[in-house]
Design a protein around this ligand. Structure first.
Ligand SMILES: O=P(O)(O)OC[C@H]1O[C@H](OP(=O)(O)OP(=O)(O)O)[C@H](O)[C@@H]1O
Length: 216
């Protein structure tokens, strides 16, 4: 069993933190998502493209085994097959925007959900709902949340997973935009979890959920 921990599509920028390699396409998507003039339709279209890039690269972080197949011409090809035993968990609401990108790659993957809301005055994150596959503690978990601003929501979600028996090292947090502050908070709190993002930047599009779903 092996994993591709570093490849041409992303860079390791510290223990368990990976960032997609910056390309023109990636930069344009990040620009459109930040632009106040972007229509909702363009926003959703570009968000879905960026989500797909992060999800595809997230799948590259999962373990695989060698597998040989026979081609129609009788040639034996030494390929690979990814290990079973993965699941997704989306943090509501904006993490739900990433579910389709994951399903497009892993047709029948199980997807759990967590609802966490921050108190307006204290910014304290509180868990309202959590549903996971029954054997979540033995699975690799692709935790989905597009924006890490303070990081409080993600920190709380990982805590809930740990309370359900998931090992930190089995969690891969997929995010689109992360602030340096959130990155430090999350990695200080949960150092064995892996984080994959498209960008670390002090200004993240905090309007993501509102604009993607068109609700306040
Ligand atoms: O890292 P944190 O500081 O916890 O914040 C993460 C996200 O949550 C907030 O959005 P919102 O409450 O609208 O979340 P939602 O879109 O998921 O509903 C905030 O604007 C960020 O986009």
């Amino acid at each position: 069993m092996a994993t591709i921990t570093s490849n041409q599509a992303c860079q390791d920028i510290g223990a368990n933190v990976r960032v997609l390699k910056s390309t023109g396409q990636l930069r344009e998507l990040q620009t459109v998502l930040r632009d106040v003039e972007t229509s909702r339709s363009d926003f959703v279209f570009c968000a879905d493209r960026l989500i797909r890039l992060v999800v595809e690269e997230g799948l590259n972080q999962l373990p695989y085994s060698p597998m040989s197949v026979t081609t129609p011409t009788g040639y034996s090809y030494d390929g690979i097959t990814f290990e079973k035993g993965n699941c997704g968990v989306s943090i509501m609401r904006s993490g739900e925007a990433m579910e389709q990108g994951l399903r497009d790659c892993c047709r029948s993957i199980r997807i759990g959900k967590i609802l966490i809301q921050s108190e307006a005055d204290t910014r304290q994150a509180k868990v309202y709902y959590a549903k996971f596959p029954p054997d979540v503690d033995s699975r690799k978990v692709l935790l989905m949340y597009p924006i890490l601003s303070s990081g409080n929501t993600a920190i709380q979600a990982v805590q809930v997973l740990k309370e359900h028996g998931v090992k930190e090292s089995n969690i891969l947090l997929l995010s689109l935009f992360v602030t340096p502050h959130a990155l430090k908070s999350v990695t200080d709190e949960h150092p064995d979890m892996t984080i994959l993002t498209s960008e670390i930047h002090p200004h993240v599009p905090v309007h993501f959920g509102q604009k993607y779903f068109g609700t306040d």
